[in-house]
Ligand binder design. Structure first.
Ligand SMILES: Cc1ncc(COP(=O)(O)O)c(C=O)c1O
Length: 358
């Protein structure tokens, strides 16, 4: 019996989500953010699925872009962290990548590139996230000083700190400050991630960078949003063993779950080495035989145990959904005190990604 632990990647959901998010901003262009192996969904798979609707892609680092080129992806790729060393400028040129530059050291590396071999760049501005980017007050001088490195493709970009939170006005503060600075430059702008595209219409600019929403992640603290998005990943496994234990027995490492009555326990072939979070609490839901069952005992490296006392006929080989259409990934994330982004990106290489086209 082969191990049945798989991440099913739903091509129709990826396409639907991208198109639905892009449709919110018909005057913008949208690109899919496929860094971190497309948030765990498989960057090459996702690029192939989205290449006819996303005219560019964004990744974090040049190595991710080169892996896409090796797989035959040809769309221009925006490298969100820009160059980490001088030689990456030339690599970006060779691989048709656009570097998002956030500091003068990077611009100095670019200056040293032969003029005919300089990649296009964007300039990143720190409008309040305080992670990367030129200061708002400096960007006019930087653009003037390095004018010879800019091109018709140069975009002024920034990133939001709180765009999923519709009650947090810091996003408006960032939009206002950024717009004031960017207006002076007269260059196109890129501001919105997927939560901002949904929640903050004023942030929809020349290029929107759509990440977690494309994968069906949570984009808003509001239930009232103008777009329906669907999970692009179903993480599933199967039952390896079923046993009945008497009341008073503890399950698994540390015996953190103790049966309060005779209980039927199913052991499932997925663990933290597959990316199922070890921090999931007892009671975290899974789906089996069309019903919810609940984590009982600590997550092990390769297995979990679930309480299926209330479900008839559970048998070895039964499919178990860890997250997907029936068990929202956000619910599992909340049980592990984290967010859906982390769960998606942590599904390990041991788990085969199976793309399903409908
Ligand atoms: C600079 C930048 N732009 C866009 C995105 C996409 O954001 P999201 O996944 O929230 O849509 C990210 C993701 O972290 C990012 O770092």
């Amino acid at each position: 019996m082969s191990r049945q632990t798989q991440a099913i990647i739903h091509a129709d959901a990826l396409l639907h989500n991208f198109k639905a998010l892009a449709a919110l901003a018909p005057s913008s262009q949208s690109m899919a953010v496929i860094k971190a192996d497309a948030y765990g969904h498989g960057a090459v798979n996702v690029a192939r699925i989205l290449q006819h609707v996303s005219s560019r892609f964004a990744v974090a680092i040049i190595e991710e872009a080169i892996a896409l080129r090796d797989a035959g992806i040809t769309a221009p790729i925006v490298v969100l962290e820009g160059a980490h060393q001088a030689k990456e400028c030339q690599m970006a040129f060779q691989h048709n990548c656009i570097l998002v530059m956030h500091c003068e050291e990077q611009l100095a590396w670019l200056e040293r590139c032969p003029e005919q071999q300089r990649p296009h760049i964007w300039l990143k501005v720190d409008s309040g996230m305080h992670r990367l980017g030129f200061a708002l007050s400096d960007i006019e001088n930087i653009a003037a000083k390095y004018h010879h490195l800019l091109s018709e493709q140069t975009v002024i970009a920034t990133h939001f700190a709180c765009a999923d939170d519709v009650d947090n006005n810091f996003t408006t503060t960032q939009i206002d400050a950024f717009t004031q600075a960017a207006n002076k430059l007269g260059l196109p702008t890129s501001v919105a991630n997927s939560p901002a595209t949904v929640n903050w219409p004023a942030s929809r600019n020349a290029w929107n960078r759509l990440g977690v929403g494309v994968y069906g992640g949570a984009v808003s603290t509001s239930q009232n949003i103008d777009v329906e998005i669907y999970p692009a990943m179903t993480l599933r496994s199967s039952v390896l063993a079923v046993r009945t234990i008497p009341a008073g027995e503890g399950i698994g490492y540390g015996q953190t779950w103790v049966a309060d009555k005779p209980s039927k326990i199913a052991t499932v072939g997925i663990g933290y080495a597959d990316g199922y979070p070890r921090h999931c609490k007892n009671g975290t839901p899974v789906m089996i035989r069309g019903k919810r069952a609940y984590l009982a005992g600590r997550v092990s490296m390769d297995m979990i145990t679930i309480d299926v006392t209330h479900i008839d006929n559970v048998a070895v080989g039964d499919e178990v959904e860890l997250w997907g259409q029936n068990v929202p990934i956000q619910e599992v994330a909340a049980n592990a005190d984290t967010i859906d982004y982390e769960l998606m990106t942590r599904v390990s290489q041991r788990v085969p990604r199976i793309v399903k086209y409908l």
